[in-house]
Design a protein around this ligand. Structure first.
Ligand code: PMP
Length: 293
């Protein structure tokens, strides 16, 4: 990778010069939104879907993004080109911008846009074959009528508290329930279970982000002829599932081999999970916005 160049409010600056104000409300209050997007073979995977989600989050929190969606796509393309990256990860952040110490967003005249592209360290290949060990944690998902998990906001403390519990348990990803005890999602991944050939994922109203990888897997299930049901389920259903997997931009499709000490299925990535991962990898190779001519 060439020397890292970061997009900061319309300018391309070095990592050292990429600085934000201490009065930025993203920093002071978590007031802002973000996206994590993958670049595969020089293509931005599901670019439109990520930007749609970003602009929906912005609308929901009444944040004016100072770029149109087309201009934003162009800024992504340009930042990737300047970094000379063909495979990697994009972090796109729009914060409310600098204001005063009060929380009132009216005092923040201009949103800030930041684009960082980097190489991505992912799970080793064996993890996709052997599966992850996971645990459920006591930290519950934000309730949708307080802060809707569909908004991909900079306020990630709920998820960070889950990650801390995952760290304490010595696992990479944990399972979070909602306040009624239904399975919601991981700290930064959606969850699927498979029982007797049927694929289940919780509906987002249970308290989950509308993951782009989740949507891609749902499309693949339809294409490949797997029955997919979006319905609430409990930890019991996870324990007795034949297969369990997480989905996310960084994690892709990763099997879970054990949850709270219960071995899942055969104790490694099951056949449907493996099939979906293979098909997912084929999709990412051909899909996406081309960065290089
Ligand atoms: N849930 C949460 C809370 C997340 O942060 C993420 C990562 N963006 C996901 C699910 C997976 O979403 P996606 O497939 O769009 O990366």
């Amino acid at each position: 990778m060439a020397e890292q160049v970061i997009y900061l409010n319309g300018e391309y600056v070095s990592k050292e010069d990429a600085k934000i104000s201490v009065f930025d409300h993203g920093f002071l209050y978590g007031d802002g939104i973000f996206e994590g997007i993958r670049i595969y073979g020089g293509n931005i995977f599901k670019c439109k879907e990520h930007l749609d989600r970003l602009y929906d989050s912005a609308k929901s929190i009444m944040l004016d993004i100072p770029l149109t969606q087309d201009e934003m796509e162009q800024a992504l393309v340009e930042t990737i080109r300047k970094n000379g990256l063909r495979d990697g990860y994009i972090r796109l952040v729009v914060s409310r911008g600098p204001g005063n110490l009060g929380l009132d967003p009216k005092r923040c005249p201009q949103a800030w846009v930041i684009i960082i592209v980097e190489q991505l360290a992912i799970y080793p290949a064996e993890a996709y074959r052997d599966g992850l060990v996971s645990v459920s944690v006591s930290q519950r998902r934000n309730i949708p009528d307080a802060l809707n998990p569909k908004i991909k906001s900079l306020n990630y403390l709920n998820n960070i508290l889950v990650k801390i519990q995952a760290n304490l348990a010595g696992v990479g990803e944990a399972i979070m329930l909602n306040s009624q005890g239904y399975v919601a999602e991981g700290s930064s991944d959606n969850i699927f279970i498979i029982k007797r050939g049927v694929v289940y994922t919780p509906p987002c109203y249970v308290g989950a982000l509308e993951g782009i990888t989740r949507a891609t897997i749902m499309e693949l299930c339809a294409k490949l002829g797997y029955t997919l049901k979006e319905e609430p389920f409990t930890l019991h259903d996870v324990y007795v599932a034949d297969e369990v997997f997480f989905t996310g931009t960084a994690a892709e499709v990763i099997a879970v081999r054990e949850v709270d000490g219960r071995t899942i299925g055969g104790g490694k990535a099951g056949p449907i999970t493996t099939h979906l991962l293979e098909e997912f990898r084929k999709t990412v190779e051909v899909d996406g916005v081309k960065v290089y001519e």
